[in-house]
Design a protein around this ligand. Structure first.
Ligand code: B12
Length: 475
């Protein structure tokens, strides 16, 4: 069959991200014998016109829509990204009744709500590379797919979701030929990194998180040698800025160590980064292994440095591990981004001050601290129950597609912002959500690329903020 895959993400902040999931699915459909075209809407001037042209020119038998983001998880300046999903579906359907299949991270988070919004009948939840070819096979034979694992659908107005795809996981690191499917030069010039996964799944039980819903709660590991091969291949093709997009890179720690060892054994000349390290299994041996493997940036996701909040969020570590991680970072040279999420269950004025004091005292000037305020509530998470019990959330789950946020009733959002701002005024390496969504960011990325700077750009946060403030901007 002829398959048109459309990556619908047009959000270019904080930088455009390459649609790795859509590319993997395109590759899998092609390997299953189909003729595949991928339309990436990220840089399209007129998205609906691009879709119309692709549909009339290519005449697909099936269209797959990859949906990554629902919203920007920003409580202060929320953006909802799915408003155009209905017009995309309408444009594809003009004059035809092509089957449309949804997939992507957003579908893992809220399958029912997005199926209803888009008014299409079928979605793949999770491993698209396994389920999509099976689904296409059924469609090509005109067979029912209501028993196919990994599929969700609406029948007679009722949402149904099958169990996840159990079989078919490949331990070989999947790296599609990005150059074939995407405009790599456009991504590169905007400081985008090339995504790779060393595993799927997340074993942690953080109360707010959607990752286990997207990837499952059991880690399925990729073979370290195949990860090193993939990095070599990408670097040889000029894609040297590579980012591991695992839920948590160092869990399980032994696998991360094996991946680093495999990378250290090959001469790959890539610049590696990962933004999601857990302080629990974080030590000198790991960071030394990462240095040898070629890491040029790492992120540690703390959310808070205060025990009542870490407990409320069920992070699975305490302020002891947080302080230990800071000591470890100081003994090494890899630049580090510290990620915080303020306002969780258990947050009070005192815990806010404790976290800010930790950041001001222990984060090196060469590193960066990123603060988000308020937590996006996803239906089905423990945070949803907490919010309902505390009376903070009244909306029913079907109305939670447009973003809803949690903030501890013990802290006022305005006060929290002021405290953050005070801290940011003295620490030029601290940023907040407004910095990530700043309208000048795309220009900063392009200028930085032209000047020969390479990701991660957050290494230069202090200089960039000082420059913008000199130009009179309140950043
Ligand atoms: C790594 C990551 C980032 C990195 C990306 C780095 C990079 N170079 O790619 C960074 C930090 C930059 C980032 C930024 C953002 N992110 Co992010 N990110 C992730 C994360 C952890 C992994 C995404 C990933 O690459 N997965 C690996 C690929 C292979 O998986 P996949 O795309 O899901 O594809 C699979 C399936 O979904 C399916 N599939 C995909 N497409 C299709 C299509 C069809 C037809 C089918 C059948 C199947 C299918 O098959 C694929 C293969 O199995 C996810 C959470 C998660 N665990 O998924 C959040 C996540 C996607 N991000 C999210 C958000 C919100 C953002 C930001 C908006 C945050 C912000 N305000 O800055 C930005 C947006 C950036 C942008 N320009 O769009 C949300 C989206 C949900 C929501 N609320 O909207 C998620 C789900 C996290 C969350 N909070 O719950 N992100």
């Amino acid at each position: 069959m002829k398959i048109l895959l459309i990556s619908t993400n047009r959000n270019a902040l904080p930088m455009p991200v390459m649609p790795v999931g859509a590319c993997i699915v395109a590759h899998a459909a092609e390997r299953a014998g189909h003729t595949v075209q991928l339309l990436d809407l990220m840089f399209a001037q007129d998205a609906l016109y691009a879709i119309e042209s692709a549909v009339t020119g290519f005449k697909p038998d099936v269209v797959g829509l990859s949906v990554r983001n629902i919203d920007n998880v920003d409580m202060r300046d929320p953006l909802f990204f799915l408003d155009d999903l209905q017009s995309i579906v309408k444009t594809i359907r003009t004059g035809s009744s092509i089957p449309i299949i949804l997939g992507g991270a957003a579908i893992g988070v809220l399958p029912e709500q997005i199926l209803c919004l888009a008014a299409v009948s079928c979605a793949v939840v999770g491993d698209g590379e396994i389920v999509f070819p099976q689904l296409l096979d059924r469609i090509s034979r005109d067979e029912r797919f209501s028993d196919l694992p990994g599929v969700a659908y609406v029948e007679n107005g009722v949402f149904q979701r099958n169990s996840s795809a159990a079989a078919g996981f490949s331990a070989t690191c999947l790296v599609p030929d990005y150059h074939r499917w995407l405009n790599i030069a456009a991504y590169r010039s905007r400081m985008a990194t090339v995504p790779i996964q060393t595993k799927t799944g997340c074993q942690f039980q953080c109360v707010y998180c959607s990752y286990p819903k997207i990837e499952g709660s059991i880690c399925r590991l990729k073979e370290p040698g195949s990860i090193a091969d993939a990095v070599m291949r990408l670097a040889a093709m000029g894609s040297r800025d590579i980012e591991f997009v695992d839920s948590v890179f160092n869990a399980p720690r032994e696998h991360a160590m094996d991946v680093c060892a495999a990378l250290a054994r090959v001469k790959h000349n890539a610049r590696l980064q990962c933004l999601d390290l857990n302080p629990r299994d974080f030590d000198d041996a790991l960071v030394t292994a990462m240095e040898r493997a070629g890491f040029v940036g790492m992120g540690i996701t703390l959310e808070s440095a205060s025990d009542p909040v870490l407990q409320g969020l069920r992070k699975g570590f305490t302020s002891r591990e947080v302080h230990h991680a800071a000591e470890v970072v100081c003994r090494h040279r890899i630049p580090c981004a510290w990620i915080f999420m303020m306002g969780g269950p258990g947050e009070t004025r005192e815990t806010v001050r404790e976290t800010l004091q930790f950041a001001e005292r222990y984060i090196r000037p060469m590193d960066v601290a990123f603060f988000n305020t308020g937590i996006r509530i996803y239906p089905g998470t423990e945070l949803e129950s907490v919010a309902r019990t505390e009376g903070v959330l009244l909306l029913p789950p079907e109305e939670m597609l447009s973003p809803v946020f949690y903030i501890s009733p013990e802290v006022d959002a305005g006060w929290l912002d002021q405290e953050l701002k005070k801290s940011m005024n003295s620490q030029m390496n601290f940023i907040n959500m407004a910095s990530m969504g700043h309208s000048l960011l795309p220009t900063i990325h392009r200028v930085s690329h032209t000047l020969g700077l390479r990701p991660p750009l957050w290494r230069h946060t202090g200089i960039i903020r000082r420059g913008l403030r000199l130009a009179g901007m309140d950043v």
